[in-house]
Design a protein around this ligand. Sequence first.
Ligand code: HEM
Length: 417
Amino acid sequence: MIFAMAVIGAVTRLTESGLSIMEWAPLSGALPPLSDAEWQRLFALYQQIPEYQEINRGTTPDEFRETFWLEYIHRLWGRLIGVVFLLPLVWFWLRRRLRPRLARHLWGIFALGALQGLMGWYMVASGFAERTDVSQYRLVAHLLLACAIYVYTLAIALRLLAPVGTNDGAGRFVKLRLGLIALTALLVVTIASGGFVAGLNAGLIYNSFPLMDGQLVPADYGALRPWSANLFENHAAVQFNHRVLAIATLAGAIALWAASLNTPMTAPARRVMALLALVAALQVALGISTLLLVVPVWLGALHQAGALTLLTVAICALHSLRRADLDGSERQPRGLGSGFGRGTMKVNVRTIVRLGAHLPPGRQGNRVELDVASGATPADILLRLGLSRDRNYLVKVNGEIVPQPGMAWPGSATTTN
Ligand code: HEM
């Protein structure tokens, strides 16, 4: 839903619909105008702002209704996300089904969501007074906060689904993970720079690639004073910077994928590293197409979706290269827990040598103490271990094999320990 929200937001902006609702009514605004008088009142409000007076003078009430609906859907979807998140959260929280640490994270996500509603209004309000559009600074702040909420939610979900990392902490692994953190930071900067391109409508000029008006660096790069203003307010410079950052992101993703080929890791982690390079290449291709075709709405929205997809893959890659929380010394897992109650169980994880798959060396024969309810089912335990989908592990609880759902263990399975 958050992903869809970001794409709806992009469509709202690309169709210039964002300034069509002049009121901030978090609760009563959920209802659309229900009478002709209400439509007329809202249209009259719109006619007062600079966007109407300087650019859209002559907009008919019917045209106004079209832009209104997109902004309305964007806001309604935001409210819906709030309800879908808040109701189960309150339910589980009141019933004490959440560990305090997990509850803190979830309330944190909710607070960020509420802040994003405010931020959205603060952004839109910048287009009501002197300007004919919203401030690019506020647009980027709104975009970055959306990314933060998305990444936070995704990271918590991934930790709950697969709490145990597989990285054995070997030197090459650490370097790869550091590289991945740096790449994710670079990706966020690239996304912010894309926000400036979008906020300044800087995709409507220099519609060629790789040269900009016949030059690699556009002639008017650095035209503004002070020089630092070029980074955020000069259309040519902003577009050039976005290109350079995007190419650097792609180069980084390819380099990390190449490095991952020489690093021992699980098959899913290997796949996600390859996917990272692939999605980065597709995103650059989408960006170039958006530019060459002078930002059609559908392509601009697809480019925004591509940015979020790339962010998703980067976070999944980071998650799959997470250092094992558990080691042979039987430490308590640092995971968030999945809400189960009290009780401690000893769980052994061993590798089955089957189908050629294997656990990374650091986790073979791990003995793990898990804090789970005494009535926990095998499926609960596998989930806590992050092994729910992987059929190549043998898990023993107090000496007894935990059967994987729907799986008959081969009697001849060899185990290592
Ligand atoms: C890693 C690669 C890239 C990422 C992550 C990325 C990300 C973004 C983001 C987040 C936006 C803002 C979208 C919005 O707010 O609606 C954007 C806009 C834009 N990007 Fe990229 N981009 C990448 C590559 C490129 C490339 C290579 C080009 C062209 C050479 C490009 C051209 C554009 C243009 C023209 C816009 C403005 C579109 C609009 O007005 O909606 N992008 N980009």
